[in-house]
Design a protein around this ligand. Structure first.
Ligand code: ADP
Length: 314
């Protein structure tokens, strides 16, 4: 018997971050005016860089570019790679206590000898713009207002912007880090998706991906998701940022190979990336609102309708 393979050709939508970025910039501008009208302090984000790790420097450069565009001050703080744990904690506490600073982001990775847990335990939850402290992470998982990690929060906004149905959808998330995969899975379950969370010890990653309507990838591994793994028509959201042999930035999915198979896919660069730093800017403003009230209960996820200036095309 001859085996006939039926080729499914799908018209793949490329989900670019730029159109959502325009909307976010408008919303940020409106929120800035609103915060000032309420008597809030001018928002300032402090980034703390310890040493000179290349990914940390790259992320800081992208934050700096984005914050210039939206005219929110970014104040880089630097400590030498030889910084002791006590000095790192002292630096975080100094920023906590500085009334001018509304948001604090500690750039990762830290030099190997420093335990990232130190940051989680000492950062003020009201200034924790990437939602990493136990307070914000706990509030997120409990469904309470909180400052949310920028990458997954931006990913969710991208899915919403392109009208991708989440309720009842089968979503496979690859990666369980506290800043991307795990909060992404939580946010998706809160939106009524059925979520499978995969990691290095997942037995059959291909099978978990194959069953998904939406695949969210945050593993930091170029080419991890290949065309044969993806159900035709599935949506692929790629958070990966990797440097390939040619020195180019590539995601975790085989973008070229998935064209004609995935129903929609985010490119790398140009997909989730441009949204992340903007969500961080928005979180810096959200922290400004929280500071005004001294409470995370007032963190704005969605701007009130009258502040939305959304006219762009999708
Ligand atoms: P990020 O900050 O982008 O989330 P991390 O390096 O902190 O990146 O986390 C990577 C995550 O990806 C981990 O949870 C790890 O288990 C998962 N991961 C890495 N490689 C694979 C793989 N080959 N298969 C499945 N999961 C993977």
């Amino acid at each position: 018997m001859r085996l006939v393979t039926e080729a499914v050709i799908v018209d793949t939508r490329v989900l670019k971050g730029a159109s959502l970025a325009r909307r976010l910039r408008n919303e940020i501008a409106a929120a800035k005016v609103h915060l000032a009208a309420l008597g809030g302090a001018t928002p300032i984000l402090a980034t703390l860089l310890v040493g000179d790790s290349a990914p940390a420097l790259a992320y800081r450069a992208s934050i700096d570019r984005t914050f210039r565009k939206v005219e929110i001050e970014h104040r880089p703080v630097e400590l030498p790679a030889t910084t002791s744990s006590d000095d790192l904690v002292a630096a975080v506490e100094a920023l906590n206590g500085d009334p001018e600073i509304t948001g604090i982001l500690v750039l990762m990775p830290l030099p190997g000898v420093l335990d990232p847990h130190l940051i989680l335990e000492h950062l003020s939850p009201l200034k924790d713009v990437d939602g990493i402290t136990p307070t914000n992470a706990g509030r997120l998982h409990l469904g309470l207002p909180s400052l949310r990690p920028s990458t997954p929060a931006g990913g969710l906004q991208l899915l919403d912007f392109f009208n991708i149905e989440l309720e009842g959808a089968k979503v496979t998330v690859i990666g369980r880090s506290n800043v991307v995969g795990r909060p992404m899975a939580t946010l998706l379950t809160q939106r009524h998706a059925t979520v499978t969370l995969c990691h290095r010890r997942t037995r059959d990653l291909a099978a978990e991906v194959r069953g998904a309507d939406i695949v969210c990838i945050a593993a930091g591994s170029a080419g991890l998701v290949t065309p044969v793994m993806v159900k035709p028509g599935a949506v692929v959201l790629d958070f990966g940022v990797n440097v390939n042999e040619d020195g180019n930035i590539v995601g975790d999915a085989d973008f070229e190979g998935l064209l004609g198979i995935a129903g929609a896919i985010t490119p790398v660069p140009g997909g989730t990336g441009p949204v992340t730093a903007l969500v961080l800017a928005r979180n810096t403003l959200a922290a400004g609102f929280a500071a005004l009230q001294g409470s995370l209960d007032v963190v704005l996820f969605e701007l009130p309708d009258h502040l939305r200036l959304v006219t762009e095309e999708r």
